[in-house]
Design a protein around this ligand. Structure first.
Ligand code: HEM
Length: 169
């Protein structure tokens, strides 16, 4: 039966290497500094540091047409819009949805019908004090078109809430 003989140089080297590896696992040389001298930009250096504070979080919120309306970006703040009950934070697309944007009239509004019919006309928007647009008259093609936009928005923006009737909250 082969025995483990430390007098062999290869065994000795292996033994020292194993001891060194175990020590590195049990007692890592670096702690978790909050201010690394250099923030690593690739995995090579590991991510063994903590940021100073937690990155901003987005709270999933229930909106109504009335509570969504102020988020039209006119005050320089967040820009939200809804498509079939999903509220997207489109602030990153303020060139599109900001006050001077081509699709600015969707900001703070339920954009479902406009997205479905590929139109940014004012009459695509339901007044904010009226019940939600049921979209029942849309053709299958228009519904597909709207779903395409939901896919596009889901891949690009954060869903930050849902849209319900004014009297539902
Ligand atoms: C005059 C005709 C139109 C032109 C020239 C036009 C042009 C454009 C351009 C250049 C983009 C940017 C594409 C990109 O960078 O990914 C875009 C995006 C978009 N367009 Fe149009 N568009 C037109 C009509 C419309 C209409 C009628 C709608 C109504 C729904 C619409 C809704 C959108 C939306 C929602 C986006 C995506 C913006 C985003 O990613 O946040 N467009 N359009």
């Amino acid at each position: 039966m082969p025995s483990f003989n430390l007098s062999s140089p290869i065994n000795t080297a292996l033994f020292i290497y194993i001891l060194y590896s175990v020590r590195r696992i049990l007692l890592p040389s670096h702690s978790f500094p909050t201010s690394p001298s250099r923030i690593p930009s690739e995995f090579k250096h590991g991510y063994s540091w903590l940021p100073k504070s937690h990155p901003p979080t987005v709270l999933f919120t229930t909106f109504t047409p009335k509570s969504l309306a102020p988020f039209d970006g006119k005050d320089g703040g967040r820009i939200l819009l809804a498509i079939r009950g999903l509220v997207f934070d489109v602030s990153a697309g303020k060139n599109f949805y900001g006050p001077n944007g081509m699709y600015g009239n969707f900001a703070g509004r339920d954009a479902s019908r406009g997205m479905a019919k590929q139109s940014f006309d004012e009459d695509m928007l339901t007044p904010i004090d009226q019940p939600l647009d049921k979209l029942e008259d849309l053709t299958p093609d228009e519904i597909d078109n709207m779903k395409g936009w939901i896919d596009h928005f889901s891949n690009k923006y954060i869903i930050c809430g849902k849209l319900v009737e004014n009297d539902a909250v």
